[in-house]
Design a protein around this ligand. Structure first.
Ligand code: XIL
Length: 360
């Protein structure tokens, strides 16, 4: 009897040991996530999510969702909130994919960015190729309806919107991209109206202007952006921030980081919040090897250090997290493998660079 009791006690002690080791390992594993270290420093670290993957092979979808929820405290829809996806034909909204991402964000306590309300790409045909040509008044009314519908539906859930995306001309040109249907039909002040409508639809949301190729080099587009923000501020248009897409190369130069730093300061002086919204650092096709991956990781460390140093930047969002699903692979593009996890969802050196830089 006594022996039996001793044996049971030994068994119990063994079980307790195994359980404690398991719990400790879980705690360690959980402590090693980007979102936990970022949260401790008051920052948001995010990823674009592509809901097409949610519906793929269930095993892949499960791993994808697990990493997304575990590592990031911010999320943005890669395509699901664009006008052409939400409103494939006139009057017929299809909310299912966007709703699924919103539910995922809420379930996992992630801050939601909305991307994007007014852009010249990924538009429904009835907007870009209308049967009856648009007039300034009819297109403004359509834009207002759309903004009301989308911002209204996600009011209080989407905390910040890319209200206008990529409205500026690429260098060496200056000013507004007049080939965009919005600028062509409405005029340059379509931007002003978009911000006013978005603010009316959700007065508490932060409203961003978002663009690329303005951040790493001081060029004509950088100048146009600063002029635009100054003009909007002077005219009391409700703009709260500028999103810097930050797509770039695996080998970011120190001079590029220095330019970005100065640019962030100029935006902060104008009262703007700054967000890094679509970070990815691609490697030229065929040039992926230990050495280029190492350089990529260093570039990520430099960019993350800047993010940590600037109080005006509260969030850094990657344009996806695994090299298995990146827009660079969608159509033939000269770059590849730009993200933090490899094609098998294994953490790359780039991941550890970002993690260590946030933590230290
Ligand atoms: C890209 C998506 O990643 C692709 O899946 C889609 O086919 C095209 O658009 N700037 C933006 C993003 O603001 O919306 C773009 O996303 C990438 C460039």
């Amino acid at each position: 009897m006594k022996n039996q009791l001793n044996l049971n006690l030994v068994e119990l002690a063994k079980k307790l040991m195994v359980t404690s080791v398991f719990v400790i390992l879980c705690v360690i594993a959980n402590a090693q996530t980007l979102r936990l270290v970022a949260k401790a420093k008051g920052k948001f670290i995010g990823s674009a999510a592509n809901s097409a993957i949610f519906y793929k092979d269930p095993a892949i979808a499960k791993d994808y969702k697990n990493i997304l929820a575990k590592e990031f405290n911010m999320i943005v829809a890669e395509n699901e909130m664009k006008m052409g996806v939400l409103l494939p034909s006139e009057g017929n909204y299809n909310w299912s994919k966007a709703d699924a991402l919103v539910a995922f964000a809420e379930k996992n306590n992630m801050r939601l960015r909305g991307h994007t309300l007014v852009w010249h790409n990924q538009l429904p045909k009835f907007i870009s190729n209308p049967i009856t040509p648009w007039t300034r008044e009819t297109l403004l009314a359509e834009m207002k309806n759309h903004i009301n519908a989308v911002v209204g539906r996600y009011k209080g859930k989407v905390k910040e919107w890319d209200v206008v995306n990529e409205a500026l001309n690429d260098p060496p040109a200056k000013g507004i991209r007049m080939t965009s249907i919005w600028a062509k039909v409405i005029g340059e002040d379509f931007i002003d109206s978009a911000f006013v409508y978005a603010h009316q639809a959700d007065p508490k949301a932060d409203l961003y202007y978002n663009d690329y190729n303005i951040e790493y080099n001081f060029n004509t587009k950088t100048q146009s952006l600063l002029s635009l923000v100054k003009r909007l501020k002077q005219q009391h248009i409700p703009i709260h921030g500028v999103g810097l897409q930050s797509h770039s190369n695996y080998n970011l130069k120190d001079s590029e980081i220095a330019n970005l730093s100065k640019f962030v300061d100029s935006l902060a002086v104008l009262g703007m919040k700054v967000a890094l919204t679509e970070v990815d650092l691609g490697i030229p096709k065929g040039a992926v090897n230990d050495s280029t991956l190492n350089v990529q990781a260093n570039s990520y460390a430099k960019l993350t250090q800047l993010f940590m140093n600037k109080s005006a930047i509260k969030s850094m969002v990657f344009w996806g997290f695994t090299d298995a699903y990146t827009w660079l692979e969608e159509r033939p593009k000269p770059k590849e493998q730009p993200l933090l996890f490899d094609k098998n969802l294994i953490k790359k050196q780039a991941y550890y660079s970002v993690y260590n830089t946030i933590k230290n």
